[in-house]
Write a protein that binds this ligand. Sequence first.
Ligand SMILES: Cc1cc2nc3c(=O)[nH]c(=O)nc-3n(C[C@H](O)[C@H](O)[C@H](O)COP(=O)(O)OP(=O)(O)OC[C@H]3O[C@@H](n4cnc5c(N)ncnc54)[C@H](O)[C@@H]3O)c2cc1C
Length: 270
Amino acid sequence: MSRRALHNVLVAAASELGASLRLGVTVETLDDDGDGVDVLFTDGRRERYGLVIGADGLFSKVRAMLWGDAVRPRFTGQSVWRYNFRRRPEVDHLMSFTGPDANAGLVPLADDLMYMYVTSVEPGNPRMETAQLPALMRERLAGFGGLIGELRGEITDPEGVVYKPLEVVFTPEPWHRGRVVLIGDAAHATTPHLGQGAGMAIEDVLVLAEELERGGPLERVFAGYMERRLPRCKYIAETSIQIGEWEMNRVDIDRSPIVRQMVELTAQPI
Ligand SMILES: Cc1cc2nc3c(=O)[nH]c(=O)nc-3n(C[C@H](O)[C@H](O)[C@H](O)COP(=O)(O)OP(=O)(O)OC[C@H]3O[C@@H](n4cnc5c(N)ncnc54)[C@H](O)[C@@H]3O)c2cc1C
């Protein structure tokens, strides 16, 4: 599923439920006095809330405000390059390939759309110039034959290459301070090796909503949230990072049992 398609589903559902969506604005200050949180927004508005949820991703400002510099994203040493193509009929499932220096894959997104990814080791996390991205991605794919090799030459549009250094963060538990709680990547961003980051973020929301519906003081709500989320998020975060390390060190592993275990685990009730 493409990010755009997921966003459309989420925005439509949130709007239907009456959520107020405001873009281009962020939080300036948070003042938690124990009974509520006074929030000053960058557009000058002030509001008071019983609960503030930091869902602002890997570089979360909410996390930085409450946990400070002690909890910061870490570059794992690996990056991922992605490029969209018209889907080939044979790409009807995720295909992954091991090359001499890198791992690549093809992922179907829609009837007529698929993307290619390749991971690479990028010591020092260098800044990549947009104009150079197609040539650099093609370089990372050197040595691949088959379908990957065939498609390599079609990587020509600098704006079409999505380059992401893989950065991770795992906020020490508990993921709440006072009346503020973190969910998703703000709390636990990992590498995409198991493709579970967005899944974990969505599960966080469901569990937090269930715990809020059960009622009781916020302390109880947060305790229920942590108890149900910590083990699974930790497992996904650590296992994903481990796979990335094996890739970077060119350790030849069989991913099937790891993926099977992940699928079995995430199929369990939360
Ligand atoms: C290369 C790559 C491939 C991936 N593939 C997969 C996959 O196949 N499957 C999967 O499940 N996951 C995948 N992930 C992980 C997934 O993208 C994340 O885990 C997921 O997007 C986390 O959702 P989130 O809502 O917590 O954070 P985000 O999606 O990062 O959303 C955070 C939101 O907060 C906003 N924001 C940020 N700062 C502020 C601020 N100061 N004020 C207001 N708003 C702010 C941002 O604009 C953004 O809209 C992948 C990640 C990468 C890097």
